[in-house]
Design a protein around this ligand. Structure first.
Ligand code: ADP
Ligand code: MG
Length: 608
C-alpha cells in the first residue's frame, strides 16, 4: 500500500511481455474489483461505492487514499502505466493488489470514465475525462485528498460484449459477491456500497479479521467459527472454519486470501477438505476463510489475467501445511479413536472474545456427538417431516422397475398396508436398508428425499398449490449481502413452495410461513441451504432452466440430511413416497437413490 503517490511510469516492453495477458474487464464486477483494489493500494481507510443499473450505467468509487498528482492522473489511463512495479524483478516482490497498469486503461477504453483526484490537503485537485479510450485535457477541480473514479456506460462502444452479458440480476449478484470477497482481509477499511439507490453494504472499520467476517457473514455464523493457525518456512496461515455440521454440506464461504488477495487454489481447498473428511465427516465440504501470508518471492501472482490464481513454489507442501494446520484443531485425542460425524450445533456459543480454547471446543463438540444410549427417536428435528407427506396413490407394493431388470416385489404381500410392515434399518444415519424378496435395497436417505421434494416442487410451481403453514413465531434470518441479493431475486419461487418470507430491513428477512411438511424442521438451515445452493455456480450448470434449479434448491435444502435419525414409520413413509415418484432411481442431480443387491450377488460374495 502506498501513502504518498509515487510516479506512474509506463512499463518497458520487456516487462510488458512478461505480464500474463488477457481480458481485465469482463463484466461490471471486474470493473468494480479493479477500481476498489486501486483504492486499497492507495492506502484508503474509507471507500464508498455507488453502482447503478448493475454497473452498466455507473460504477463509482470514492476513496480517501493518497490521490494522484496532475502528472500521474494523466498517465493513469495509459496502457501498462503503473506506480507499483518498475522492472521484471519486481514481479516477484508484489505487495500491492495491482501491478500491471492495465485496469484504468482497459476500463476507460470501454466506457466513459472520469477520474477526479487530489493528493493535497488544500483540496485542489484535477479531473480527467476519458471516453472510449480518448482522454480530454485535464481540468482543475476541488476534491478532498483522495480519488473518485466514475465509470459510466460500460461497454457502450462494445455492443457485442454487452449482448453476451448475463442478466442484470446475475451481474448485480456478481457485484455484491466481489465486494463481500474483497473487503474481508481489510478490517481497518470502512466500506459502503449503494446499488441502485439501495444501501446494500455498510461495513465500518473493525478491529480484527473475525470482526470483519462477522460484519459480512453475520454474527451467528462468525460465532460458529474456530481458528487454526500455523507457520512453516516463509509462510503463515490463519484459518477460520465452523465445526458445526450444518454448514458442511454446502459451504457458504471457501475464501482464500494470499497476501490479502482473494484467489483460488486447489491445494488449500483440498487440504482443508481432506482434514475434514478424514477427521470429521466423510462427505464434508466445509466453509472456511483462509489467510496466507507468504514471502512474495515464493509465489507467482502473474499467472492469471484477472489475478484470480497464484502459483506456489511447492503445491504439495502447501497442501500438507494446510491439512496439518486444520487437522491439529480437528484431531481427537489419541485414545478416543475416530471422531464421529460433525456436530449439528456450534461447539461453543460464546462470542469471539470469550471463546474456549480450540481443544475445549473440539472436545465439547465431540461429546455432543456421543451416541445416545436411550435410542430415543424423539430428537429428530424433522420428526414429522416425512409422515406429514401427502401420500400419492400408493404404488408401493408393485414397485421398482429398474430399466432392463426384472421387476422386484418389495414384499410377498399385495396389500398396500403390508408396506408398513417392512422392516427397515437405518445405517450410519445415512442409508436405509430394506430386505426385499430377492435381495436387499440400500437407499440414500438424503438423495431419496431430494427426489421426492424435487418432484413435489415442480408440481407446486406448475399448479401453485403448495400447502403452507403459519409459524407461531416468525424466524428472522440475517443474510449476507450476497445471500440477500439471491433471496430478492427468488421471492416468487420461495412463495410458490409455501414460504412467506419478507424483507425485514437491513440484512434481515423474516420467515412467517413454511411449506407445511417442514413445520418441525430446521427452517433456518433449510432456507440457508437453498440460498447456498442457488449461489453455487454449479447449480446453474446442472439446471439451466430456472424452475428446475429452484426446485432442486428447494429439494436439497429441505431434504433430510445424512446424520438425521429416522423412525421406522418415517423410513417406511420415505420409501413409500420415493417409489410413487416419477423417477425414483436418481436424485435430481442424477446420483442414484437406491442400490439393489440381489441374493445371487450376495451368495456369490459369500462363495456359496
Ligand atoms: P495498477 O493498479 O496495476 O498499477 P491501474 O491501471 O489500476 O494499474 O492504475 C494505474 C495507476 O493509477 C496505479 O498504479 C496508481 O498509481 C494510480 N491509481 C489508480 N487508482 C488510484 C487511486 N484510487 N488512488 C491513487 N492512485 C491511483
Ligand atoms: Mg489497479
Amino acid at each position: 500500500m502506498q501513502t504518498s503517490d509515487p510516479r506512474i511510469e509506463v512499463l518497458p516492453q520487456n516487462v510488458v511481455e512478461k505480464i500474463a495477458a488477457g481480458e481485465v474487464v469482463e463484466r461490471p464486477a471486474s470493473v468494480l474489483k479493479e477500481i476498489v483494489e486501486n483504492s486499497i493500494d492507495a492506502g484508503a481507510t474509507s471507500i464508498e461505492i455507488v453502482v447503478e443499473d448493475s454497473g452498466f450505467a455507473l460504477v463509482q468509487v470514492t476513496d480517501n487514499g493518497c490521490g494522484l498528482s496532475c502528472e500521474n492522473l494523466e498517465r493513469s489511463v495509459l496502457r501498462h502505466a503503473t506506480s507499483k512495479i518498475r522492472s521484471a524483478d519486481d514481479l516477484f516482490a508484489i505487495t500491492t493488489m495491482g501491478f500491471r497498469g492495465e485496469a484504468l486503461a482497459s476500463i476507460s477504453a470501454v466506457s466513459k470514465t472520469t477520474i477526479s483526484s487530489s493528493n493535497a490537503e488544500s483540496g485542489l485537485g484535477y479531473s480527467l475525462a476519458c471516453e472510449g479510450g480518448i482522454a480530454s485535457p485535464i481540468t482543475p477541480v476541488s476534491h478532498v485528498r483522495g480519488t473518485t473514479v466514475s465509470c459510466r456506460d460500460l461497454f457502450y462502444n462494445v455492443p457485442a460484449r454487452k449482448k453476451f452479458m448475463k442478466t442484470r440480476k446475475a451481474e448485480r449478484l456478481a457485484l455484491v459477491k466481489v465486494l463481500e470477497q474483497v473487503v474481508i482481509p481489510f478490517p481497518g477499511i470502512r466500506f459502503t456500497a449503494t446499488i441502485d439507490g439501495k444501501n446494500v453494504f455498510e461495513v465500518p472499520a473493525a478491529d480484527s479479521l473475525l470482526a470483519r467476517i462477522s460484519q459480512v457473514a453475520g454474527v451467528e455464523f462468525a460465532k460458529s467459527l474456530v481458528k487454526a493457525q500455523g507457520s512453516t518456512k516463509g509462510m503463515d496461515a490463519v484459518l477460520f472454519f465452523p465445526l458445526s455440521g450444518n454448514d458442511l454440506a454446502r459451504p457458504r464461504y471457501q475464501n482464500l486470501y494470499v497476501n490479502l488477495r482473494k484467489v483460488d487454489n486447489d491445494s488449500v481447498l483440498y487440504g482443508v477438505r481432506q482434514a475434514f473428511t478424514q477427521l470429521m465427516q466423510r462427505d464434508a465440504r466445509p466453509s472456511f476463510f483462509c489467510f496466507i501470508d507468504v514471502d512474495p518471492a515464493a509465489i507467482d501472482v502473474n499467472v492469471h489475467p484477472t489475478k484470480q490464481k497464484v502459483k506456489f513454489e511447492n503445491e504439495r507442501d502447501l497442501f500438507g501445511f494446510i491439512y496439518g494446520t486444520v487437522a491439529r484443531v480437528l484431531k481427537p485425542a489419541p485414545d478416543s479413536g475416530f471422531a464421529p460425524a460433525a456436530q449439528r450445533r456450534p461447539a461453543n456459543g460464546g462470542g469471539p472474545g470469550e471463546r474456549a480454547s480450540y481443544q475445549q471446543q473440539t472436545e465439547a463438540a465431540r461429546q455432543e456427538q456421543a451416541p445416545s444410549s436411550t435410542g430415543e427417536q424423539g430428537d429428530t428435528s424433522y420428526g414429522q417431516t416425512i409422515l406429514a407427506f401427502p401420500r400419492r396413490d400408493s404404488q408401493a407394493e408393485k414397485l421398482l422397475e429398474p430399466a432392463g431388470e426384472e421387476r422386484i416385489q418389495l414384499t410377498d404381500s399385495t396389500e398396500a398396508s403390508a408396506w408398513n410392515l417392512i422392516s427397515c434399518y437405518q445405517i450410519h444415519e445415512m442409508l436405509i436398508l430394506a430386505p426385499i424378496k430377492n435381495g436387499i435395497l440400500l437407499i440414500d436417505q438424503h438423495a431419496a428425499h431430494e427426489r421426492i421434494l424435487y418432484e413435489q416442487a415442480l408440481e407446486d410451481l406448475k399448479d401453485k398449490r403448495s400447502t403452507s403453514q403459519q409459524l407461531l413465531f416468525p424466524i428472522v434470518l440475517r443474510l449476507s449481502a450476497t445471500e440477500k441479493a439471491v433471496f430478492e431475486s427468488s421471492g416468487e419461487y420461495f412463495m410458490a413452495f409455501g414460504f412467506d418470507i419478507q424483507d425485514f430491513g437491513g440484512s434481515d428477512v423474516s420467515i412467517s410461513a413454511t411449506p407445511s411438511f417442514m413445520i418441525n424442521g430446521d427452517v433456518e438451515h433449510s432456507v440457508r441451504d437453498m440460498i447456498g445452493y442457488l449461489l453455487d455456480e454449479k447449480s446453474v450448470e446442472h439446471f439451466p432452466e430456472p424452475h428446475k434449479r429452484y426446485a432442486a434448491a428447494f429439494a436439497c435444502g429441505a431434504a433430510i440430511k445424512a446424520g438425521q435419525k429416522l423412525s421406522e414409520e418415517e423410513m417406511n413413509a420415505l420409501l413409500n413416497s420415493l417409489f410413487s415418484s416419477k423417477n425414483p432411481y436418481t436424485c435430481p442431480h442424477g446420483r442414484p437413490t437406491v442400490v439393489r443387491i440381489s441374493l445371487d450377488e450376495l451368495s456369490r460374495r459369500f462363495l456359496r
